[in-house]
Design a protein around this ligand. Structure first.
Ligand SMILES: NC(=O)c1ccc[n+]([C@@H]2O[C@H](COP(=O)([O-])OP(=O)(O)OC[C@H]3O[C@@H](n4cnc5c(N)ncnc54)[C@H](O)[C@@H]3O)[C@@H](O)[C@H]2O)c1
Length: 429
């Protein structure tokens, strides 16, 4: 088996800078920069090359998967590749999926996740399930002495279910992380730190470009990055609209305006235009990401008015590309689980080792769902502003059926077999 080496599995190559930049936070970080006279732009530029990090001597976190489907296999592969985690057990109600998984990963399999958690010593449990099953299983897992629960997104259909999961984990002191998310890319956190240093002036506005036809399913990705660049300030109000029917509970595309309590304003574009990703608009520059690349533009020393197009210049080579979509097969025949997946696992490990929140917490996913609900409520009320938090916690967004139910059931056995075989080139694997 290939030795674990983060420089191979991480792809973003920023483990060290990520750790160090998150240790210095908020005001302290700005003071640190002023005192040292060091630019965070320079720090990012210098340290963005891929580095090998020696595997830690301590024993790895013991991870178990509940839901051995397409995405559950990716999580397991990520845990295998990360130097601080290993896969020790799995559970699934589908005997065929469970058998394939236990054969591929060489771990004990259980039909009942409760029996698995009662028998096995597990630090991290990952319920990677259809949304319908997720809340019940997350709450069930929280009854066991695990350190972390890392599930998929969307975490639930209703706000009440999301509240229950977040509260249960908080009560038990369990780290609750969610989703294989853009927000886990360290480049976003480094860029946010750079913006906080004030070198581009004040962050004033955001443009989020997402033409997705699901605000909760896929759209929670962009909404979570949007909140990050508004410094995760509370949302004061939203005005929104849905793409199809505001009175339907089914997930659908949505656009609108979001006003944060710190005055930052975001416009969510749902029409398909010649842009995707996010633009962070500062008083003296702009940060732009299309989820693949991360670019900072600042005002030229000679420029007088930052609003003129030719007055900005790019600071080149700051952040490595995300590597999104680069899914090569390794010599064992495994498809790489993706740099985003690895960034999520790194974030969870950081949370466990440093006592900091994961980059995408269950609470972040609850807030993404709440934003979707609020945008739709606005449309339902004649485009009126809707204040957050949303009072009616029974409100819900029903995810697309292939997220809500098992994909084998929705897409058929043949499609499903091909998907599962795609993880490993050797079909006997
Ligand atoms: N972040 C992303 O980019 C991304 C991408 C794809 C899917 N997802 C999310 O991942 C989740 C799973 O998707 P998938 O493609 O792996 O689905 P899947 O249908 O391939 O797998 C689901 C698995 O869960 C099992 N399962 C269902 N109920 C269970 C229960 N109560 N106990 C134990 N096992 C149970 C099923 O038997 C199946 O093996 C969905 O919520 C989806 O929204 C996220």
């Amino acid at each position: 088996m290939r030795p674990k080496d983060f420089s191979v599995v991480g792809g973003t190559g920023s483990r060290r800078i990520e750790t160090s930049s998150r240790e210095v936070s908020g005001q302290n970080r700005r003071e640190f920069l002023r005192a040292g006279g060091v630019s965070l732009f320079a720090v990012a530029s210098r340290e963005s090359s891929v580095e090998a990090v020696a595997p830690a001597a301590r024993s790895p976190y013991r991870a178990a998967i509940v839901g051995c489907g397409r995405k559950g296999t990716g999580y397991a592969r990520g845990y295998v590749l990360h130097p601080r985690t290993e896969v020790v057990a799995a559970a699934d109600i589908d005997p065929e999926n469970l058998e394939l998984f236990t054969r591929r990963f060489g771990v004990p399999g259980y039909q009942d996740y409760r029996e698995m958690l009662a028998r096995e010593k597990v630090d991290i449990v990952s319920p990677i399930l259809p949304v319908k099953a997720n809340p019940g299983v997350v709450l069930g897992c929280a009854e066991f002495p695990v350190k972390a629960i890392y599930c998929e997104k969307p975490i639930s259909a209703s706000l009440r279910q999301a509240d229950e999961m977040v509260e249960a984990c908080k009560r038990k002191g369990i780290v609750f992380a969610g989703g294989d998310m853009y927000r886990n890319f360290p480049q976003f956190w480094q860029a946010r730190d750079a913006l906080e240093s004030g070198e581009l002036g004040e962050v004033r506005g955001l443009n989020l470009y997402q033409s997705t036809n699901e605000i909760s399913g896929g759209g929670c990705q962009g909404l979570s990055v949007m909140r990050l660049f508004a410094r995760d300030a509370p949302v004061e109000w939203v005005c929104g609209w849905t793409r199809r029917d505001p009175f339907s509970d089914q997930d659908q595309g949505m656009g609108g305006t979001v006003r944060f309590s710190n005055g930052i304003e975001c416009f969510i574009h749902n029409r398909r235009v010649a842009r995707m990703g996010i633009e962070v608009l500062c008083s003296k520059g702009v940060f732009v990401s299309d989820w693949y690349t991360f670019r900072l533009f600042r005002m030229k020393a000679s420029a007088k008015d930052p609003r003129r197009r030719d007055s900005l210049e790019e600071i080149p080579g700051l952040y490595p590309d995300s590597g999104l979509g680069r899914r090569v097969y390794d010599e064992e025949g495994w498809r790489h689980p993706g740099t985003r997946q690895m960034a999520g696992i790194q974030s969870l490990v950081d949370a466990l080792e440093q006592g900091i929140p994961p980059r995408t917490s269950g609470d972040d996913l609850r807030l993404a769902l709440e934003l979707g609900v609020a945008l739709r409520q606005s449309h339902r009320q004649g485009y009126a502003p809707v204040r957050l938090p949303v009072r009616d916690r029974e409100l819900k967004i029903l995810p697309h059926i292939s997220r809500y139910l098992n994909k084998k059931e929705v897409h058929g056995e043949e499609w499903y077999r091909e998907q599962m075989e795609g993880w490993k080139r050797d079909p006997q694997g």
